[in-house]
Design a protein around this ligand. Structure first.
Ligand code: NAD
Length: 482
């Protein structure tokens, strides 16, 4: 479907996310004709910008992300942007916003369709949702809302926020965005799993020994110490991105590829998630905090971070399910800041199979999500002039030209919001399960804090704390990516 009529309201129109991700993505969708003549975007924020100033910002954002731009197209695109100075806590401002949206709807024949995008600090999500409802901002056409992460800080706050949003929006119209689900290699997980008998037939707990998900960042918290203190690695990365990846890896095969069937399969898996007891948390979870170096601050010295902070900048742990093809298998994960390099990858470790050659090293299927986009599988052959097994990786990858064609996750997901496809968004019932697990770990850590146990300090630019190498269930297991 092309040229979708809609008025989009972005709360946080002067922010980093809007500038770096949303405006460039919308331009690409405009170039593809998905939105064209019958759309307008209202950027709102507190600053007293003019429409012209916002349009200049939008043009800058597109120039910063594109090598070549058709200036006529860009001018036409930017002319659809309008700025509304708006304090989200001021009820009266919603009336002005509603009137502007209605005027633009008439001018662009947008058929009463609205998309609301919450691109602001999460503490405002509830307030915005509440005022969209009490000031009746929804209109006569479709009304969709896109909610950024984090969706709550625990199950109780997520439930509260969900209540505020569902006062105006049906579950099918709520798009809880997780940009990892828009990534090329994450979208490759299901086709890889389901279309090749070599892989499909071994995707079970008879042949797989464990699964390892690594999301490693090289950067520290930078200027975001204040926010990070309220979150930590578990809430910031595991509750959303890592759980979404694990769900795609471990869910039963969906009946078909509709959004409904995929969410159903995810739910079946998540209903069987095992909540670890305190002893298991002690043995299979590690939290860490990065130390400083000659040229960098340690986490506790970062701006807006408490000197005695217990917030973890690294976590490694394990999750298990009772159902699905990987039932009862350990699925290990780790994520951290100031790690050796930026590397997001999944390693599927196959069980050792007794054989005449006796080789004992592991055979793996690895999916590299970032910065490369690649899948490789170990293949064994013979060494040329000596006995023994030679291992090679058979690899599937995108050429550098193809990698350039891969749309940004935000572009993919915004496209999906316009065409009403919620396959790659988080359903409320999934989110609830994720929070239950996270709350449980947080509670155990809180107890540890009270007993004087702290996150383990780790040297920057390595692979996290030393004890992350000891979370495994058996001594024959180790991180494949060391
Ligand atoms: P930001 O601080 O850069 O932008 C916040 C916006 O909110 C600004 O436009 C600011 O003017 C506006 N604002 C603040 N108080 C306001 C008020 N009272 N009334 C009206 N407007 C007000 O934040 P960001 O980095 O753009 O992040 C926005 C959201 O997107 C957050 O939920 C964040 O977690 C999420 N997110 C951001 C990124 C990213 O790359 N920046 C990536 C993933 C998720």
């Amino acid at each position: 479907m092309n040229n979708i009529p809609v008025i989009m309201i972005i709360f946080g129109g002067s922010g980093d996310l809007a500038h770096r991700k949303l405006y460039p993505a919308l331009f690409n969708l405009f170039e593809q004709g998905l939105i064209h003549d019958n759309f307008a975007v209202i950027g709102t924020a507190r600053r007293p910008w003019s429409h012209e100033y916002l349009r200049d910002q939008v043009s800058d954002a597109v120039h910063e992300t594109h090598n070549e731009v058709d200036e006529n197209d860009l001018a036409a695109f930017a002319s659809h942007f309008y700025y509304q100075s708006h304090d989200v806590t001021n009820v009266e401002h919603y009336e002005t916003l509603k009137n502007l949206a209605q005027d633009l709807d008439d001018r662009y024949s947008a058929q009463g369709n609205r998309i609301f995008y919450m691109a602001m600090a999460p503490k405002f999500f509830g307030t915005i949702a509440e005022h969209i409802n009490d000031q009746h901002l929804t209109s006569s056409g479709f009304n969709r809302i896109v909610v950024e992460k984090p969706f709550g800080r625990d199950l109780a706050t997520a439930e509260e926020l969900n209540k505020q949003i569902t006062a105006s929006f049906a579950e099918d119209d709520i798009f809880r965005i997780d940009h990892y689900l828009g990534k090329e290699m994450i979208q490759n997980i299901l086709p890889m799993r389901l279309t090749n008998p070599l892989i499909k037939n071994i995707w079970n707990n008879h042949n797989i020994k464990n699964v390892q998900v690594t999301l490693a960042e090289q950067l520290g918290v930078e200027a975001r110490g204040g926010y990070y203190e309220t979150a930590g690695a578990l809430r910031d990365m595991v509750q959303n991105h890592i759980f979404q990846i694990i769900t795609l890896l471990a869910m039963p095969e969906p009946k078909d590829l509709t959004s409904q069937s995929i969410h159903k399969a995810k739910q079946e898996l998540l209903d069987s998630m095992v909540i670890p007891n305190e002893d298991e948390i002690e043995r299979h979870f590690v939290r860490g905090q990065y130390l400083g170096s000659d040229v960098t601050f340690g986490y506790r010295q970062e701006p807006n971070v408490a000197e005695d902070s217990h917030t973890e900048t690294f976590v490694a742990g394990e999750v298990k399910f009772k159902k699905g093809p990987l039932a009862d298998l350990p699925i290990y994960f780790r994520t951290g800041k100031e790690m050796r390099e930026k590397k997001n990858r999944i390693d599927i470790v196959l069980k050792h199979m007794s054989n005449q050659y006796g080789m004992a090293h592991s055979n793996n299927i690895s999916i590299i999500i970032d910065p490369q986009m690649q899948i490789f599988i170990t293949i064994n052959g013979k060494k040329i002039n000596e006995s023994g097994i030679r291992r090679e990786n058979l690899s599937y990858g995108l050429s550098s030209d193809e990698q350039k064609q891969v749309p940004d996750g935000y572009e993919r997901l915004l496209h999906d919001v316009f065409v009403n496809d919620s396959t790659n968004f988080t359903h409320w019932s999934e989110l609830k399960n994720y929070w239950k697990f996270i709350d449980h770990i947080e509670e155990a850590w809180q107890k540890e804090n009270e007993q004087g146990q702290e996150p383990e300090q780790y040297l920057p630019y390595r692979m996290g704390p030393k004890s992350a190498a000891k979370i495994f269930e058996s001594p024959t297991e180790r991180w494949i990516y060391e």
